[in-house]
Design a protein around this ligand. Structure first.
Ligand code: PNS
Length: 183
């Protein structure tokens, strides 16, 4: 059984990684699919996010990272997937996630949505929160993979946290513009 784990992943967090690792044990293959969304201005390009996720999941042999646009169920059908995997953190996630699951079911009732309860320690965590913390100079080392934290600090270079004075010396994983990005 192939599962698609769709999302924005701007950027991937330890909460996402928790879902991917646990999904890997449940399904033969997990395809982490980054939505190409022209209506959003992300911090990282789709290609940057794909690279970040690939690096974060390199020890997981049954994970593939890809991008898609349009409807998730169409992408799932093309990839031969029977499951859409989503994480549930708190009650407030539930309404929107249930609405998406029902909508997707009306579009293709052979594709099931499977929810995994996010592990307790990540129940508060979101990509938006990570960006907000970094934007105001806080450390996100405990919230995202280390290489992603460095990528984020580069984007908010003017507000480097004091605990990370070395980040500007680290070799970039991908080529970023030197200008600050506002998100
Ligand atoms: O990480 P996110 O932003 O919560 O992911 C949301 C995502 C990408 C899963 C959702 O927006 C999505 O599936 N978009 C593709 C368009 C689609 O299929 N819409 C119908 C289902 S609501």
């Amino acid at each position: 059984m192939i599962a698609i784990y769709p999302g924005s992943f701007d950027p991937i967090t330890l909460g996402h990684l928790d879902i991917i690792k646990r999904g890997c044990r449940l399904f033969d293959d997990v395809i982490v699919a980054v939505l190409r969304n022209p209506n959003k201005t992300p911090l990282f390009t789709v290609q940057e996010r794909i690279e970040q996720i690939r690096l974060s999941t390199r020890s997981l042999p049954n994970v593939e990272v890809d991008s898609f646009d349009g409807l998730t169920v169409n992408y799932a059908r093309i990839r031969g997937a029977g499951v859409l995997l989503r994480g549930l953190r708190v009650l407030s996630d539930f309404e929107h996630e249930l609405q998406m699951a029902h909508t997707n079911k009306t579009l293709d009732d052979r594709i099931e949505t499977v929810f995994l309860a996010t592990s307790n320690e990540y129940s508060f965590l979101s990509s938006s929160l990570v960006k907000e913390i970094a934007r105001f100079g806080g450390s996100v080392d405990h919230l995202v993979p280390q290489h992603v934290a460095l990528d984020i600090y580069r984007c908010y270079a003017k507000n480097l946290p004091a605990s990370n004075p070395i980040v500007m010396d680290a070799s970039p994983k991908v080529n970023y513009p030197t200008v600050d990005r506002e998100v």
